[in-house]
Design a protein around this ligand. Sequence first.
Ligand code: FES
Ligand SMILES: [Fe+2]
Length: 334
Amino acid sequence: MSDSHANLNKGAKDLPRCPFPVPMGWYFVDYSENLAKEEIRNVNLLDQEWVLFRGETGKVGMTDPYCPHLGAHMGHGGKVCGDNIRCPFHHWQFDSEGWNKDIPYAKVTPPICKKQPILRALPVEEKWGMIWCWYHPKGEAPKWELPSVPELEDTENHVKPHRGEWETGTAVQEIAENGVDFAHLKFLHGEKEIPPAEYSFDWPHYDVNMNNGYIVGRMHGPGLNVYRFSHEGVTATMVNYTTPMTADSSVIRMSFTHKKYEEGTKEAMIAQHLVQHMVGEADGKDSAGFESVDFIVWNHKKYRPNPLLCDGDGPIIQYRKFFSKFYEGSGYAE
Ligand code: FES
Ligand SMILES: [Fe+2]
Protein backbone atom coordinates (compact mmCIF):
# COMPACT_ATOMS: atom_id res chain seq x y z
CA MET A 1 0.00 0.00 0.00
CA SER A 2 1.48 3.36 -1.00
CA ASP A 3 1.75 6.23 1.51
CA SER A 4 -1.13 8.10 -0.07
CA HIS A 5 -3.38 5.12 0.60
CA ALA A 6 -2.15 4.47 4.13
CA ASN A 7 -5.06 6.42 5.61
CA LEU A 8 -7.84 4.65 3.71
CA ASN A 9 -8.95 2.44 6.58
CA LYS A 10 -8.79 5.16 9.20
CA GLY A 11 -12.28 6.28 8.27
CA ALA A 12 -13.59 9.31 6.40
CA LYS A 13 -15.09 11.22 9.33
CA ASP A 14 -12.75 14.20 8.96
CA LEU A 15 -12.85 14.34 5.16
CA PRO A 16 -14.89 17.30 3.87
CA ARG A 17 -17.59 16.25 1.38
CA CYS A 18 -16.67 18.92 -1.18
CA PRO A 19 -13.34 20.67 -0.52
CA PHE A 20 -13.36 22.71 -3.74
CA PRO A 21 -13.70 26.44 -4.38
CA VAL A 22 -15.71 27.59 -7.42
CA PRO A 23 -13.72 26.75 -10.56
CA MET A 24 -13.24 29.33 -13.31
CA GLY A 25 -15.59 29.06 -16.26
CA TRP A 26 -18.64 30.22 -18.14
CA TYR A 27 -21.80 29.52 -16.15
CA PHE A 28 -25.48 29.62 -16.92
CA VAL A 29 -27.27 32.32 -14.88
CA ASP A 30 -30.85 32.25 -16.18
CA TYR A 31 -32.90 31.98 -19.34
CA SER A 32 -33.05 35.35 -21.12
CA GLU A 33 -36.83 35.49 -21.00
CA ASN A 34 -36.74 35.50 -17.20
CA LEU A 35 -35.03 38.91 -16.94
CA ALA A 36 -37.07 41.84 -18.23
CA LYS A 37 -35.72 45.24 -19.22
CA GLU A 38 -35.10 47.46 -16.17
CA GLU A 39 -35.44 44.49 -13.84
CA ILE A 40 -33.07 44.03 -10.90
CA ARG A 41 -32.79 40.66 -9.18
CA ASN A 42 -30.76 39.28 -6.30
CA VAL A 43 -29.13 35.98 -7.16
CA ASN A 44 -27.12 33.59 -5.04
CA LEU A 45 -24.79 31.47 -7.09
CA LEU A 46 -21.08 30.73 -7.43
CA ASP A 47 -21.07 30.62 -3.62
CA GLN A 48 -21.87 34.32 -3.22
CA GLU A 49 -24.47 37.06 -3.68
CA TRP A 50 -24.80 39.01 -6.91
CA VAL A 51 -27.17 41.56 -8.29
CA LEU A 52 -28.41 40.85 -11.80
CA PHE A 53 -30.00 43.58 -13.91
CA ARG A 54 -31.05 44.35 -17.47
CA GLY A 55 -30.68 47.89 -18.79
CA GLU A 56 -33.09 49.83 -20.94
CA THR A 57 -31.31 48.75 -24.13
CA GLY A 58 -31.36 45.10 -23.01
CA LYS A 59 -27.77 44.89 -21.78
CA VAL A 60 -27.32 42.55 -18.81
CA GLY A 61 -25.06 43.26 -15.83
CA MET A 62 -24.09 40.98 -12.95
CA THR A 63 -22.21 42.67 -10.15
CA ASP A 64 -21.36 42.56 -6.50
CA PRO A 65 -24.48 43.86 -4.73
CA TYR A 66 -22.64 45.91 -2.10
CA CYS A 67 -21.97 49.47 -3.20
CA PRO A 68 -18.29 50.53 -3.15
CA HIS A 69 -19.34 53.84 -1.57
CA LEU A 70 -20.81 53.01 1.83
CA GLY A 71 -21.88 49.44 1.27
CA ALA A 72 -25.61 49.63 0.60
CA HIS A 73 -27.09 46.52 -1.01
CA MET A 74 -28.13 47.61 -4.50
CA GLY A 75 -30.51 44.68 -4.89
CA HIS A 76 -32.72 46.21 -2.21
CA GLY A 77 -34.02 49.55 -3.42
CA GLY A 78 -31.61 49.96 -6.36
CA LYS A 79 -32.88 51.03 -9.75
CA VAL A 80 -31.92 50.65 -13.39
CA CYS A 81 -31.09 54.00 -15.06
CA GLY A 82 -30.32 53.61 -18.76
CA ASP A 83 -27.97 50.63 -18.78
CA ASN A 84 -26.62 51.45 -15.31
CA ILE A 85 -27.56 50.30 -11.86
CA ARG A 86 -28.21 53.06 -9.33
CA CYS A 87 -27.58 52.59 -5.63
CA PRO A 88 -30.54 53.54 -3.42
CA PHE A 89 -28.41 55.21 -0.72
CA HIS A 90 -26.75 58.21 -2.51
CA HIS A 91 -27.59 57.45 -6.15
CA TRP A 92 -24.11 56.56 -7.38
CA GLN A 93 -24.45 54.77 -10.75
CA PHE A 94 -22.44 51.90 -12.19
CA ASP A 95 -22.45 50.33 -15.63
CA SER A 96 -22.49 46.58 -16.33
CA GLU A 97 -18.67 46.53 -16.28
CA GLY A 98 -18.52 48.12 -12.86
CA TRP A 99 -17.42 51.62 -13.91
CA ASN A 100 -18.79 54.47 -11.86
CA LYS A 101 -20.86 56.60 -14.24
CA ASP A 102 -22.33 59.22 -11.95
CA ILE A 103 -22.09 60.69 -8.47
CA PRO A 104 -24.87 63.27 -8.56
CA TYR A 105 -23.59 65.50 -5.74
CA ALA A 106 -19.77 65.33 -6.10
CA LYS A 107 -17.95 68.34 -7.56
CA VAL A 108 -14.84 66.22 -8.06
CA THR A 109 -15.20 62.54 -8.87
CA PRO A 110 -12.59 60.40 -7.06
CA PRO A 111 -9.76 59.99 -9.63
CA ILE A 112 -9.83 56.17 -9.40
CA CYS A 113 -13.30 56.20 -10.97
CA LYS A 114 -11.76 57.37 -14.24
CA LYS A 115 -9.04 54.75 -14.16
CA GLN A 116 -10.78 51.47 -13.39
CA PRO A 117 -14.09 49.82 -12.57
CA ILE A 118 -14.72 50.14 -8.84
CA LEU A 119 -17.50 47.57 -8.54
CA ARG A 120 -16.83 43.90 -9.24
CA ALA A 121 -18.72 42.90 -12.37
CA LEU A 122 -18.67 39.58 -14.20
CA PRO A 123 -18.37 39.43 -17.99
CA VAL A 124 -21.83 38.50 -19.26
CA GLU A 125 -22.93 37.05 -22.61
CA GLU A 126 -26.35 36.19 -23.93
CA LYS A 127 -26.41 33.19 -26.21
CA TRP A 128 -29.02 30.57 -27.15
CA GLY A 129 -31.63 32.48 -25.16
CA MET A 130 -29.55 32.14 -22.02
CA ILE A 131 -27.58 34.53 -19.82
CA TRP A 132 -24.01 33.36 -19.17
CA CYS A 133 -21.38 34.81 -16.86
CA TRP A 134 -17.65 34.27 -16.76
CA TYR A 135 -16.28 33.59 -13.31
CA HIS A 136 -12.62 33.71 -12.34
CA PRO A 137 -11.58 33.78 -8.67
CA LYS A 138 -9.29 36.74 -9.30
CA GLY A 139 -11.55 38.48 -11.76
CA GLU A 140 -9.36 37.68 -14.78
CA ALA A 141 -10.80 37.98 -18.29
CA PRO A 142 -12.28 34.89 -20.01
CA LYS A 143 -9.69 32.23 -20.86
CA TRP A 144 -11.90 30.78 -23.58
CA GLU A 145 -15.04 31.71 -25.48
CA LEU A 146 -18.43 30.10 -25.42
CA PRO A 147 -18.52 27.70 -28.39
CA SER A 148 -20.91 27.56 -31.28
CA VAL A 149 -23.69 24.99 -30.83
CA PRO A 150 -25.35 24.86 -34.27
CA GLU A 151 -28.37 22.91 -32.98
CA LEU A 152 -29.27 25.76 -30.61
CA GLU A 153 -28.48 28.46 -33.16
CA ASP A 154 -30.33 27.06 -36.17
CA THR A 155 -33.75 27.25 -34.58
CA GLU A 156 -35.52 27.03 -37.92
CA ASN A 157 -34.38 23.47 -38.57
CA HIS A 158 -34.32 22.13 -35.01
CA VAL A 159 -37.12 21.40 -32.58
CA LYS A 160 -37.61 23.79 -29.68
CA PRO A 161 -35.27 22.46 -26.97
CA HIS A 162 -36.86 20.39 -24.26
CA ARG A 163 -35.45 21.70 -20.97
CA GLY A 164 -34.70 19.99 -17.68
CA GLU A 165 -33.46 21.24 -14.33
CA TRP A 166 -32.19 19.31 -11.30
CA GLU A 167 -30.79 20.51 -7.98
CA THR A 168 -28.08 18.36 -6.51
CA GLY A 169 -26.00 18.39 -3.34
CA THR A 170 -22.48 18.26 -4.67
CA ALA A 171 -19.80 20.31 -6.44
CA VAL A 172 -19.43 20.62 -10.19
CA GLN A 173 -16.12 18.71 -10.21
CA GLU A 174 -17.86 15.66 -8.77
CA ILE A 175 -20.70 15.87 -11.28
CA ALA A 176 -18.33 16.19 -14.22
CA GLU A 177 -16.25 13.25 -12.99
CA ASN A 178 -19.18 11.08 -14.14
CA GLY A 179 -18.09 11.84 -17.70
CA VAL A 180 -14.87 9.87 -17.27
CA ASP A 181 -16.23 7.22 -14.91
CA PHE A 182 -17.15 4.66 -17.53
CA ALA A 183 -17.44 1.75 -15.06
CA HIS A 184 -20.37 3.31 -13.16
CA LEU A 185 -22.46 3.28 -16.34
CA LYS A 186 -22.77 -0.48 -16.02
CA PHE A 187 -23.13 -0.78 -12.26
CA LEU A 188 -25.11 2.33 -11.32
CA HIS A 189 -26.97 3.04 -14.57
CA GLY A 190 -27.52 -0.57 -15.55
CA GLU A 191 -25.91 -0.51 -19.00
CA LYS A 192 -25.26 -4.04 -20.25
CA GLU A 193 -21.52 -3.52 -20.48
CA ILE A 194 -18.98 -0.87 -19.59
CA PRO A 195 -19.01 1.06 -22.87
CA PRO A 196 -15.82 1.22 -24.93
CA ALA A 197 -14.57 4.81 -24.81
CA GLU A 198 -11.96 6.97 -26.49
CA TYR A 199 -11.10 10.23 -24.84
CA SER A 200 -8.65 13.12 -24.82
CA PHE A 201 -7.96 16.11 -22.65
CA ASP A 202 -7.02 19.45 -24.13
CA TRP A 203 -7.75 22.10 -21.51
CA PRO A 204 -10.39 23.56 -21.26
CA HIS A 205 -11.85 20.73 -23.35
CA TYR A 206 -12.43 17.08 -22.61
CA ASP A 207 -13.57 14.98 -25.56
CA VAL A 208 -15.15 11.57 -25.35
CA ASN A 209 -16.50 9.03 -27.82
CA MET A 210 -18.44 6.17 -26.27
CA ASN A 211 -19.75 3.02 -27.88
CA ASN A 212 -18.02 3.69 -31.20
CA GLY A 213 -19.71 6.96 -32.04
CA TYR A 214 -23.06 6.41 -30.33
CA ILE A 215 -22.22 9.18 -27.86
CA VAL A 216 -19.77 11.94 -28.76
CA GLY A 217 -19.29 14.62 -26.14
CA ARG A 218 -17.22 17.70 -25.48
CA MET A 219 -16.79 19.57 -22.23
CA HIS A 220 -16.16 23.30 -22.56
CA GLY A 221 -14.93 24.00 -19.05
CA PRO A 222 -16.86 23.04 -15.90
CA GLY A 223 -20.12 24.81 -16.83
CA LEU A 224 -20.99 23.45 -20.28
CA ASN A 225 -21.04 20.07 -22.01
CA VAL A 226 -22.39 19.18 -25.43
CA TYR A 227 -23.22 15.53 -26.08
CA ARG A 228 -24.49 14.12 -29.36
CA PHE A 229 -26.19 10.72 -29.49
CA SER A 230 -26.35 9.20 -32.99
CA HIS A 231 -28.14 6.17 -34.39
CA GLU A 232 -28.77 5.26 -38.04
CA GLY A 233 -27.79 8.72 -39.24
CA VAL A 234 -30.05 10.54 -36.77
CA THR A 235 -28.44 12.71 -34.11
CA ALA A 236 -29.96 14.14 -30.98
CA THR A 237 -28.12 16.72 -28.91
CA MET A 238 -27.94 17.20 -25.18
CA VAL A 239 -26.53 20.48 -23.96
CA ASN A 240 -25.77 20.23 -20.29
CA TYR A 241 -24.92 23.28 -18.18
CA THR A 242 -24.23 23.18 -14.48
CA THR A 243 -24.08 26.17 -12.17
CA PRO A 244 -22.26 25.90 -8.83
CA MET A 245 -24.58 27.35 -6.17
CA THR A 246 -22.63 26.82 -2.95
CA ALA A 247 -19.53 24.78 -2.13
CA ASP A 248 -21.66 21.62 -2.00
CA SER A 249 -24.68 22.28 -4.17
CA SER A 250 -25.20 22.79 -7.89
CA VAL A 251 -28.03 23.12 -10.35
CA ILE A 252 -27.78 20.94 -13.45
CA ARG A 253 -29.76 22.09 -16.46
CA MET A 254 -30.12 20.52 -19.86
CA SER A 255 -31.54 21.32 -23.26
CA PHE A 256 -32.37 18.49 -25.64
CA THR A 257 -32.97 19.02 -29.33
CA HIS A 258 -32.71 17.40 -32.74
CA LYS A 259 -33.48 18.21 -36.36
CA LYS A 260 -37.11 18.68 -37.27
CA TYR A 261 -38.48 15.48 -38.81
CA GLU A 262 -41.93 14.87 -40.17
CA GLU A 263 -44.08 13.23 -37.54
CA GLY A 264 -44.41 9.48 -37.84
CA THR A 265 -41.24 8.99 -39.89
CA LYS A 266 -38.58 6.54 -38.83
CA GLU A 267 -36.16 9.44 -38.26
CA ALA A 268 -38.60 11.16 -35.93
CA MET A 269 -39.00 7.97 -33.92
CA ILE A 270 -35.25 7.40 -33.64
CA ALA A 271 -34.73 11.02 -32.58
CA GLN A 272 -37.43 10.67 -29.96
CA HIS A 273 -35.90 7.47 -28.66
CA LEU A 274 -32.45 9.06 -28.48
CA VAL A 275 -33.85 11.96 -26.46
CA GLN A 276 -35.58 9.52 -24.14
CA HIS A 277 -32.30 7.68 -23.65
CA MET A 278 -30.55 10.98 -22.89
CA VAL A 279 -33.18 12.00 -20.36
CA GLY A 280 -33.11 8.51 -18.97
CA GLU A 281 -36.57 7.25 -19.81
CA ALA A 282 -35.78 4.76 -22.55
CA ASP A 283 -38.07 1.80 -23.03
CA GLY A 284 -36.57 -1.44 -21.84
CA LYS A 285 -34.90 0.39 -19.01
CA ASP A 286 -31.36 -0.17 -20.19
CA SER A 287 -31.01 3.39 -18.95
CA ALA A 288 -32.09 3.95 -15.38
CA GLY A 289 -32.49 7.73 -15.47
CA PHE A 290 -29.65 9.75 -14.09
CA GLU A 291 -31.61 11.76 -11.57
CA SER A 292 -32.71 8.70 -9.68
CA VAL A 293 -29.33 7.01 -9.58
CA ASP A 294 -26.51 9.55 -9.87
CA PHE A 295 -28.11 11.80 -7.26
CA ILE A 296 -28.21 9.07 -4.64
CA VAL A 297 -24.43 8.91 -4.93
CA TRP A 298 -23.65 12.60 -5.50
CA ASN A 299 -25.78 13.93 -2.65
CA HIS A 300 -24.07 11.82 -0.03
CA LYS A 301 -20.58 10.95 -1.23
CA LYS A 302 -17.31 12.38 0.06
CA TYR A 303 -14.46 13.35 -2.18
CA ARG A 304 -11.49 11.00 -1.81
CA PRO A 305 -8.38 12.97 -2.76
CA ASN A 306 -6.37 9.74 -2.97
CA PRO A 307 -8.80 7.13 -4.26
CA LEU A 308 -7.87 3.48 -4.56
CA LEU A 309 -8.45 2.68 -8.22
CA CYS A 310 -8.27 -0.47 -10.32
CA ASP A 311 -7.53 -1.26 -13.94
CA GLY A 312 -11.16 -1.15 -15.10
CA ASP A 313 -11.69 2.44 -13.92
CA GLY A 314 -11.84 5.34 -16.34
CA PRO A 315 -9.17 8.07 -16.44
CA ILE A 316 -10.11 9.52 -13.04
CA ILE A 317 -6.64 10.77 -12.09
CA GLN A 318 -6.01 12.28 -15.53
CA TYR A 319 -9.37 14.04 -15.30
CA ARG A 320 -8.65 15.43 -11.83
CA LYS A 321 -5.30 16.79 -12.99
CA PHE A 322 -7.01 18.40 -15.98
CA PHE A 323 -9.77 19.81 -13.76
CA SER A 324 -7.35 21.27 -11.19
CA LYS A 325 -6.33 23.90 -13.76
CA PHE A 326 -9.83 25.42 -13.41
CA TYR A 327 -8.90 26.31 -9.82
CA GLU A 328 -5.89 28.40 -10.82
CA GLY A 329 -5.97 31.68 -8.96
CA SER A 330 -8.20 30.34 -6.18
CA GLY A 331 -5.32 29.19 -3.97
CA TYR A 332 -6.72 25.66 -3.96
CA ALA A 333 -4.50 22.79 -4.96
CA GLU A 334 -5.06 19.13 -4.29
S1 FES B 1 -23.76 53.52 -0.48
FE1 FES B 1 -24.22 53.40 -2.56
S2 FES B 1 -24.28 55.42 -3.19
FE2 FES B 1 -23.70 55.55 -1.14
FE1 LIG C 1 -23.89 8.84 -13.96
